[in-house]
Design a protein around this ligand. Structure first.
Ligand SMILES: NC(=O)c1ccc[n+]([C@@H]2O[C@H](COP(=O)([O-])OP(=O)(O)OC[C@H]3O[C@@H](n4cnc5c(N)ncnc54)[C@H](OP(=O)(O)O)[C@@H]3O)[C@@H](O)[C@H]2O)c1
Length: 292
């Protein structure tokens, strides 16, 4: 996805994946800074640890308690900071700093809005899962003006903790831990648990507690498999349904925009991502990259 976007923008860059052990994360990030990388993306568990490593944290990343994107910036002799990816000549920089962002949070709402075509203001939502992704989704839906939120989690105390944070920030929201009353209409049912990743996983919800026929739309953050048993059950009950590929796409387009300062070529990136995840293998990135 990123290499397709980079190629489309005509940049002589490469996006590479590295396995880094948590205990070596600081060393790896120091190395990236020393080598004047444009930036980094991080995944679990590094997202949480990076918060303490970066020199400066964007307020959104601070709020979500996780950094998934780092942008390196250089300081020139006049004291001005410029993102390395947007500098004409990064070799003039005498000092490099790291800035941490979180592009996951906005990506959730953007994907739900686009893929399900539904407004979130006034929506009655049920969120399954209160891990990192469930917490951010709940906070984001509350800030988008959802009318009600029901938080359901295997470990109820975690849902209660999330509810506590939301209540402080959004005292007017209709917020509950547990399923809504039988017969309640639900606009959005969101799976933010990891149930569905493995073939043998059970459904992430109790069908005795929620009637999918009273549910307008279902969103599963999981994108592999493309259709989880949760989405299959939702579709067969007549719900609008979408998986988490759009969320993955939009956290990536936002990261590329932070590094380049340019609009990301979303459709090119969507096509590459879809091909990569669902099996239409994209061309070798090296064949596509235009080296000026
Ligand atoms: N599309 C995307 O770009 C994207 C981005 C981020 C995450 N995700 C997906 O979102 C999901 C959650 O990610 P996360 O980062 O929030 O993970 P996490 O912090 O580890 O949270 C996992 C959640 O799943 C629940 N869970 C796990 N196993 C369960 C089981 N056997 N029965 C019932 N509940 C179970 C956990 O409940 P407990 O609290 O009780 O353990 C918790 O609520 C994952 O599937 C991940 O792949 C997708």
């Amino acid at each position: 996805m990123q290499n397709a976007g980079i190629t489309q923008l005509g940049l002589n860059w490469r996006y590479l994946a590295f396995d880094v052990l948590p205990e070596q994360l600081n060393t790896a990030m120091d190395g990236a800074r020393a080598m004047r990388y444009v930036g980094l993306n991080l995944t679990v568990p590094h997202k949480l640890m990076a918060l303490d490593w970066v020199d400066s944290v964007d307020p959104e990343a601070r709020e979500w308690g996780a950094v998934n994107t780092i942008r390196f910036e250089g300081q020139d002799s006049d004291g001005n900071w410029t993102p390395i990816g947007q500098a004409k000549d990064p070799s003039v920089f005498h000092s490099i700093r790291s800035v941490g962002f979180n592009t996951d949070a906005d990506a959730i709402l953007k994907s739900i809005r686009e893929d399900l075509g539904m407004p979130l203001k006034g929506a009655r939502c049920v969120i399954l899962g209160a891990g990192g992704a469930g917490r951010v989704a709940a906070l984001k839906l509350a800030s988008a003006g959802a009318a009600s939120l029901h938080l359901v989690n295997r470990t109820q105390s975690k849902a209660e903790k999330v509810a506590e944070v939301i209540r402080k920030k959004h005292p007017d929201i209709n917020l509950h831990v547990g399923y809504p009353k039988q017969g309640t209409q639900v606009d959005l049912l969101l799976n933010a648990t990891s149930l569905g990743l493995k073939q043998e996983d059970s459904l992430p919800l109790d069908l005795e507690s929620i009637n999918l026929r009273n549910t307008h739309a279902a969103y599963d953050m999981i994108y592999q498999p493309a259709e989880t048993p949760f989405l299959r059950a939702a579709r067969s009950s007549g719900c609008q349904a979408a998986n988490g590929l759009g969320m993955l796409l939009y956290q990536g387009t936002a990261a590329l925009e932070l590094w380049t300062g340019q609009s990301a070529p979303t459709e090119t990136m969507r096509k590459a991502l879809h091909g990569h995840i669902y099996g239409e293998v994209p061309q070798n990135p090296d064949d596509q990259v235009h080296v000026p």
